[in-house]
Ligand binder design. Structure first.
Ligand code: F0G
Length: 419
């Protein structure tokens, strides 16, 4: 199987362009990377992955942000705002409260448009330019659309986004709108939006920049590379576990790919690969269902619901890449309730880290797994928080305290404070 953690570095095929090619994870068919627009395998419709003849080692990295890792990417530079180099926060109170040896929070909400999607877009839009496509498009629960709109604008390209009507947080629509995306609100959930935009892409109406596009995941690998580098600098070792929220499972796939390539190059020992641990909301948990039942694929959930609208997804398209990632790293997946998510959002806020609900799912999941004894007290853990608090102001108001109206008078204010 091509997705084994210990698979050796691949032989370069004749279709490769400068050591880079596309390969189907299901049947192994290989394709030239930039000659035609292609999202899945011509032969079997399986998912494609970008492959490199020489996977990178630590010494190859230089600079800051996503493009520090260009030795692990298909290009030297991209359409950049710039992105990456996000903080790996210490959260000592939360660490003690959850009860693990080390807890760090990688806050991807600190990217230019406020989510990790920027890492994928800087590469994806660069590839779009290489291919010479016209309009860029995506389906989105919000963050992808905000990133696409901004990076499309930066690259001087037209953008089209399909959103599930009434289920996208205000901050995200505001971003897509101001960055001048054409916004279509679909009377259906995210999965239906993705079905439609895939049809549009297949008919040549637009270039698809959802995480089905293998180049997006290349950029998102850099989250894993940054975590490993910084953690190693601080502790002289790599984290035992990385906990992250899962929607389409693109990030899970991307982190796993980063680890596999480091193992291939000899930069990372197999025993040092962190356990990938995915968290979903109870109302949208097909990945958790597949892990718990030992399935090789997910079952599509037609009805999904959660306050964490970013991960309100019933058909995770990257499951065939992500399920092996969770299993091969000895990770797991867990579902959490909306109440647990809000509680974790407050916990993070109490450490000064402001995140949107989906992001807090990682901490809620860690807390649950620690309580169940799946995570040990001596573990060193990194939780990924994927989006900024301001993405979803309504959820923040709901989780936070209400403002108190007071008269326009100092004495009255003092009186109110004394109450
Ligand atoms: N967290 C946030 C804040 C997200 O926006 C998403 C996905 C995820 C987690 C899940 O990541 O899909 O890689 O497993 N948002 C997509 C979007 C679907 O359209 O913005 P994943």
């Amino acid at each position: 199987m091509s997705l084994e953690l210990t698979a050796p570095a691949p032989e370069e095929p004749s279709v490769a362009d400068d050591g880079t090619w596309l390969e189907c994870i299901a049947c192994g068919a290989q394709f030239a990377p930039f000659e035609d627009v292609r999202y899945t395998c011509d032969d079997c419709d399986g998912l494609l992955e970008v492959r490199y003849a020489s996977p990178p080692t630590w010494d190859d990295f230089e600079g800051r942000g996503v493009w520090r890792y260009n030795a692990a990417l298909p290009f030297e530079e991209g359409v950049s705002l710039p992105e990456g180099a996000t903080p790996l926060h210490e959260v000592p109170r939360l660490e003690a409260d959850v009860g693990v040896e080390t807890l760090r929070v990688k806050h991807e909400g600190m990217n230019p448009t406020g989510s990790f999607k920027d890492r994928g877009m800087t590469v994806g839009v660069r590839v779009a330019k290489e291919l010479g496509v016209g309009r860029l498009a995506c389906a989105s629960t919000g963050n992808t659309s905000a990133a696409l709109a901004a990076y499309g604008a930066r690259g001087g390209m037209e953008t089209l986004v399909l959103l599930p009507a009434g289920k996208v947080a205000a901050g995200k629509i505001a971003q897509a709108s101001l960055h001048d995306a054409r916004i279509l609100e679909v009377d259906g959930n995210f999965d239906s939006c993705l079905d439609i935009v895939q049809d549009l892409a297949a008919r040549g109406e637009a270039y698809l920049l959802n995480s089905l596009n293998p180049f997006r995941l290349e950029g998102q690998k850099t989250i894993g590379l940054e975590i490993l580098e910084e953690f190693h600098e601080d502790y002289g070792s790599y984290p035992d576990r990385i906990v992250l929220p899962v929607g389409n499972a693109g990030n899970t796939s991307a982190l796993y790919k980063a680890f596999r390539e480091l193992v291939q190059s000899g930069a990372l020992d197999v025993d040092d690969v962190p356990k990938l641990t995915g968290v979903q909301a109870e109302g949208a948990a097909p990945m958790v269902e597949a892990i718990e039942n030992g399935w090789d694929e997910t079952r599509r959930w037609d009805e999904v619901e959660t306050r964490a609208t970013a991960i309100r997804i019933g058909n995770p398209v990257n499951a065939p890449k992500a399920l092996p990632g969770i299993r091969e790293t000895n990770g797991t997946a867990v579902a959490v309730s909306d109440e647990e998510i809000t509680e974790a959002q407050r916990d993070l806020a109490g450490e000064g880290v402001g995140v949107e609900p989906a992001s807090a799912a990682s901490v809620a999941g860690l807390r649950k797994l620690r309580a169940e004894g799946v995570v040990d007290a001596d573990e060193q853990v990194v939780c990924l928080t994927t989006g900024h608090l301001l993405k979803d102001p309504d959820a923040a108001f709901e989780a936070g305290d209400d403002p108190e109206p007071v008269p326009n008078d100092t004495e009255a204010v003092l009186e109110h404070l004394a109450e």
